[in-house]
Design a protein around this ligand. Structure first.
Ligand code: 13P
Ligand code: SF4
Length: 305
């Protein structure tokens, strides 16, 4: 039996669901029961009747699934699949920062640890961030963490001034604006579409800015036929499947490396996914008290979005 068959058989035997993010390798996206952005994956995890959730994404996503649905067993193919953005906001330092502004309302991007979520008033993703900020009472000042680029973009879009934690994603800060400009000179019809985790100077040149699912929908629905995609290159798999006649160019990184691949997302492989489904390990565990504290801002996000 090949791995696909083995995984599908085990999935039925164990009443398991495989959730995968758009940045996963194509085979994982193809075998998953659901492929989506951070928000849709959280919603799926919260409502699934399956007994076992196999989360093919990064740690904060699987941890979020456990927080939202604690009675389920949550496993992920590689426990080392972290996130540079989440790591750029250490809980002890953030707790100190938060103490300096006790009256501020804390909006945290979902790319953060459970400890940061527990210190937040509400969570957002790049899909719902504008809406979430719209719900924060006008008389409250806001701290936004951990992504400075998404934060700066949201300040522009919402007109709200926010204190920004200075975190960033190594993948989304790697794109070469010079190489993108050269591509556009060669292909003048090509549109630049970008994830809001990219730097402000790149976002200023983009024809469209959105979360992974919004970028995917844009490619499908827009009348344009050629796009430079400034986000992790894994999303091109779904774009190519759903809009096979469109030309897609992964935005090139500054150096001649594969830096536009998320090194954390790509730690997951089909083999590891099979092993983790078979052995039900490594399992995501969240201490009860932390789970309860981190749940409140996540639930508020789901209510507000
Ligand atoms: P999305 O919520 O847009 O899928 O983004 C997740 C992410 O990690 C972007 O780097
Ligand atoms: Fe984290 Fe960046 Fe990878 Fe997204 S692409 S999971 S923000 S390191």
């Amino acid at each position: 039996m090949d791995l696909f068959d083995k995984i599908n058989k085990l999935k039925i035997e164990k009443n398991a669901i495989i959730l995968a993010h758009y940045y996963q390798e194509p085979d994982i996206q193809d075998i998953a029961d659901f492929v989506g952005d951070s928000l849709d994956l959280a919603k799926q995890a919260a409502k699934t009747p399956a007994s076992l959730i196999v989360f093919a994404g990064v740690h904060f996503m699987a941890e979020g699934a456990k927080i939202l649905n604690p009675s389920k067993k949550v496993v992920m193919p590689d426990l080392r699949a972290g996130c540079s953005l989440s790591d750029s906001c250490p809980p002890v330092a953030f707790a100190k920062y938060r103490q300096k502004y006790p009256d501020h309302f804390v909006v945290s991007y979902i790319n953060c640890s459970a400890a940061i979520k527990a210190l937040s008033d509400v969570i957002c993703t790049s899909t719902n961030a504008i809406k979430i900020i719209g719900h924060v009472p006008e008389n409250r000042e806001i701290i936004f963490a951990p992504d400075r680029n998404l934060g700066a973009y949201l300040m522009k879009k919402t007109g709200r001034t926010m204190l920004l934690w200075q975190g960033a994603c190594i993948v989304h800060e790697t794109f070469s604006e010079r190489k993108i400009a050269m591509l556009q000179i060669k292909n003048p019809e090509t549109k630049l579409i970008a994830h809001p985790e990219c730097e402000p100077t790149l976002l200023a040149k983009a024809d469209f800015i959105g979360s992974t699912s919004q970028l995917l929908n844009y490619v499908i629905e827009d009348t344009g036929t050629s796009f430079i995609v400034a986000t992790e290159e894994g999303i091109l798999h779904q774009m190519q499947k759903k809009a096979p006649h469109k030309k897609l160019i992964a935005a090139p990184p500054t150096h001649s490396c594969a830096c536009n691949e998320c090194p954390f997302m790509k730690l997951n492989t089909l083999e590891k996914l099979y092993w983790c489904l078979r052995d039900e390990t490594p399992e995501i565990m969240v201490p009860e008290e932390l789970q309860a504290q981190a749940l409140l801002p996540l639930q508020r996000m789901l209510e507000w979005s």
